[in-house]
Ligand binder design. Structure first.
Ligand code: MIC
Ligand code: SF4
Length: 754
């Protein structure tokens, strides 16, 4: 048993009283999110919080970190003077394993190449009382779902897909490492009270449709920024019909619409999953408070009164979807997809089909995909595309091997990759003859930004359910519709694929030999954590400088980024993941994927000191050397995607002073504030057009920086003219303190030093 049952008992013991108090305070029936949020306030309140406005201090039950973000989180934590984490926390080694030949070899290579980082994470976990999941144990979100998620809990995780745990009724929120430091240090964790989107699911899935199609459809409706600042709560008889892992998939991909998190109400599917994963005692406890783990009945009766927005989806009519390329919200029902492929001239030939990942590797997903693989064998069909399987955890992998499913995949030439992120995060040594050739791949993962999977700009990546991905693997052609089209067998007969079938949970139960868990020392005070001063993978952090106390003058424009600028554009993953514990080294990838609005090129900006064009980090280092600050200008939803705080720390480290954009993604905006950066938005979005390539900026109003008060950015143009641009910000008093101190960590350290 790795979970903390005593902690869960405490949460449930207090829940009825807290829910009743909240109902009184708000004077009305409650949604599920409100029950969980108000039950996790850091200190009781006497006034209701305003959704979308009030900043609230919460006390999460647990923290999860993955290896690519844990390094920076723990490098920060170790400077703040605590000897143990204040809440149960875990580290998961999943992002640093590169997929090349197959699970066994790839894992061995990763253990070798990342030795220093794994040793650091293992020893620092041991020292501070953090549970450590070794490389090979599985992907953070799957391992959390199997071991730690519980209905009605609140957790944070240093990864944007942390909301996956909503499949078990938990509010699980993705954050940057600095937020994790707050919670591990026992301090309140701050979040703006989210707005609520209700998604009513009616009917029942059947045939080719799966839970993945629910979120692919929702992404099409809400777009990549439609969920910003919101919790998405699913309800209705259609919701209760979905397996807990299917609910997890839907919550996982809520990250793709920018949602703070997504959640389902506690039901019998959740209790079945808890029991199947050896947590029947939690299910029994949850049953004891089950009314408090669901919205009040009145909410179901009149949802638009309680949610800020309501969407309805009829599962009886839901078609399988394929989303992409390049963005997860370009949603195509399967009946329209072939035409879209043709009209847009996307490569029809499918080269690689990849299933699994944290999003879609449940027993249900794998068994349904395997039912199609089996048909390929039984019906004598060639499997035309390369096919890979990424199990989400060792528990899943061991179980599907025991049940013969891996063997079925093997028969169609499927390659089983390590229980790790691999190709989902660019950790993929893809074999391709010509890297510049336009080509198509399809995955059952969640993100499909340009270059994400294989680093190649010419790759068109689509996302779909594991069933659809497998059907496409067999056909090798994106214009194939498995619901209506025939395939030719090896001996020339025409056949159709039957609908996939599978099992929500393994009939013989889950099994595992070594789950890969290492418990921390009871007393870690004697454990040494070693960071070599000459390492190129790890670097101890030096505090950032405090604000100089004046307006900022003479800042150069570093880049005016055009269009989509995700965290993958700001701090690319793939080959750069190896520097996630070394701030100076990873800063050499800063904004290298962003498109310069003045020449439409990536990693080519004008150095205003020399007049020459060079890479973004090179130019910024030149400004830094000359002691000149700079400004980054961006478009809508800047910083969409990952929780990686490197995207905020790199500019901070290299001397960028402000990020001025049309709008921000939530986690990234908070990460900027935490690191003492200025994150500003144009009051009038059209002012973006006034920014010119040779601009020098002054930021005016900082000496009276206050919540809700606009600042002015003066853009001094080359021809001597200037524009005074009004900018908004969302800093509260506390966050202004972080800015003044040079970062939140400087404030925490001062607090603990007292
Ligand atoms: C991702 O899916 O983009 C990642 C890699 O899991 C990130 C975390 C990271 O960048 O380390 C995320 O989603 O937060
Ligand atoms: Fe890993 Fe991909 Fe899941 Fe992120 S989305 S945690 S990279 S498998």
């Amino acid at each position: 048993m790795v979970f903390d049952i005593e902690m869960i008992k405490k949460v449930y013991a207090a829940l009825p009283g807290k829910v009743e108090a909240t109902r009184k305070l708000l004077g009305r029936p409650l949604t599920l999110s409100e029950k969980i949020l108000y039950a996790h306030l850091y200190a009781p309140t006497t006034a209701a919080y305003e959704r979308g406005k009030s900043y609230v201090e919460f006390a999460p039950d647990r923290v999860a970190m993955q290896d690519a973000t844990a390094q920076m989180a723990l490098l920060q934590f170790m400077t703040c003077g605590r000897d143990k984490v204040a809440v149960p926390s875990t580290v998961h080694c999943d992002h640093l394993i590169q997929a090349k030949t197959g699970a066994t070899e790839d894992l061995a290579t990763a253990v070798d190449t990342n030795k220093e980082v794994y040793e650091f994470l293992s020893s620092i976990s041991n020292k501070y009382g953090i549970g450590f999941w070794k490389p090979g144990a599985g992907i953070i979100h799957q391992v959390v779902l199997e071991n730690y998620a519980f209905p009605g809990g609140l957790m944070i995780g240093t990864d944007s897909h942390t909301p996956n745990a909503g499949g078990l009724g938990m509010l699980a929120i993705g954050v940057g490492g600095a937020d994790a430091v707050d919670v591990m240090a026992g301090l309140p964790w701050e979040l703006k009270m989210p707005k609520l989107i209700g998604v009513k699911l009616t009917g029942k899935l059947s045939g080719w449709s799966s839970p993945k199609d629910v979120i692919l459809k929702v992404a099409g409706v809400l777009t990549v920024k439609g969920g910003t600042g919101c919790i998405v709560e699913y309800f209705g008889e259609g919701a209760d019909n979905l397996s807990a892992t299917g609910k997890g998939t839907i919550c996982n991909m809520g990250a793709e619409i920018g949602a703070t998190c997504s959640v389902f109400a506690y039901d019998t599917k959740m209790s079945a999953y808890l029991s199947a994963t050896e947590r029947a005692d939690i299910a029994a406890l949850a049953d004891g408070v089950k009314d408090h783990l669901r919205p009040d009945a009145e909410v179901y009766a009149d949802p638009s009164k309680y949610y800020d927005q309501v969407i309805e989806i009829n599962l009886d009519e839901l078609e399988p979807h394929v989303n992409g390329p390049f963005t997860p919200d370009l949603a195509w029902p399967i009946s329209k997809f072939a035409q879209a492929v043709k009209e847009n001239n996307w490569p029809e030939k499918l080269e690689v089909a990849l299933i699994g990942s944290c999003t879609n590797s449940s027993y249900e997903d794998i068994s349904r995909a395997a039912s199609l693989a089996k048909q390929a064998v039984d019906k004598n069909l060639d499997v035309k595309a390369e096919y890979t399987i990424t199990p989400g955890s060792e528990l899943v992998r061991y179980t599907i091997e025991r049940d013969g499913l891996l063997n079925t995949f093997d028969q169609i030439g499927g390659i089983v990759l390590a229980n790790a992120c691999g190709p989902c995060i660019g950790q993929w040594a893809r074999h391709i003859d010509d890297p510049n050739r336009k080509n198509s791949i399809i995955t059952s993962f969640n993100r499909n930004f340009a270059k994400r999977n294989d680093g190649l700009a010419a790759t068109h990546a689509f996302v779909a359910s594991p069933e659809i991905v497998t059907a496409f693997a067999i056909a090798g052609d994106l214009t194939f519709n498995p619901l209506t089209d025939k395939l030719k067998t090896k001996d020339g007969k025409e056949v159709m694929l039957d609908e996939p079938t599978g099992f929500e949970l393994p009939a013989k139960g889950f099994a595992v030999d070594d789950p890969g868990y290492q418990a921390p020392a009871a007393d870690g005070s004697g454990v040494q954590v070693i960071v070599s001063p000459t390492s190129d993978r790890l670097q101890l952090l030096a505090p950032f400088a405090a604000w100089e106390g004046t307006d900022l003058k003479g800042l150069k424009l570093l880049i005016k980024a055009k269009g989509k600028c995700t965290t993958d554009h700001i701090s690319m993953a793939g080959p750069w993941l190896k520097y996630r514990g070394h701030l100076d080294n990873i800063s050499n990838n800063m904004l290298i994927g962003a498109i310069n609005a003045f020449n439409d090129k990536s990693d080519s900006v004008k150095n205003q000191l020399s007049g020459e064009y060079a890479g973004v980090p090179v130019v910024q280092r030149a400004y830094k050397a000359a002691n000149i600050g700079s400004v980054v200008v961006g478009d809508e939803n800047y910083g969409e995607g990952s929780s990686r705080e490197h995207a905020a720390m790199e500019p901070r480290h290299l001397g960028v002073r402000a990020i001025l954009v049309k709008s921000f993604a939530r986690i990234h905006e908070t990460n900027l504030k935490k690191q003492g950066m200025l994150g500003l938005t144009f009051a009038d979005k059209e002012d973006y057009d006034k920014i010119q390539e040779d601009d020098t900026f002054d930021i005016v109003g900082l000496t009276t920086f206050a919540p809700g008060k606009q600042l002015t950015v003066v853009a001094n143009h080359k021809d001597g003219s200037k524009d005074e641009i009004l900018v908004n910000h969302t800093y509260n008093e506390q966050q202004i303190e972080w800015f003044k101190a040079g970062g939140a960590l400087n404030v925490i350290r001062a607090q603990f030093a007292k």
